[in-house]
Design a protein around this ligand. Sequence first.
Ligand code: ZN
Length: 91
Amino acid sequence: MSQTTIKRIPQRMCAICRSKDAKRGLTRIVRLPDGQVELDPTGKRSGRGAYLCDNPVCWERAVTSGALEKALRTPLDAEARARLRTAAPTT
Ligand SMILES: [Zn+2]
């Protein structure tokens, strides 16, 4: 058997500061097929995902800068913003 099938390791990178961390600290945010943006702690929900690191600044910027909206290619509604604010890590 030739090794033509290469298992792709999903690359996890903070959508804001672009730091990479495969092991810890990155939380997946997912845009569900119905357009809802939710947190995905299990990393298993289907939909377009983006990761945020454990730096509270990144979470704040994700909500305020539009970078997360760009990463997910969808606008964040008030509910999604509130969810992110609630889930944001604290220092
Ligand atoms: Zn970050």
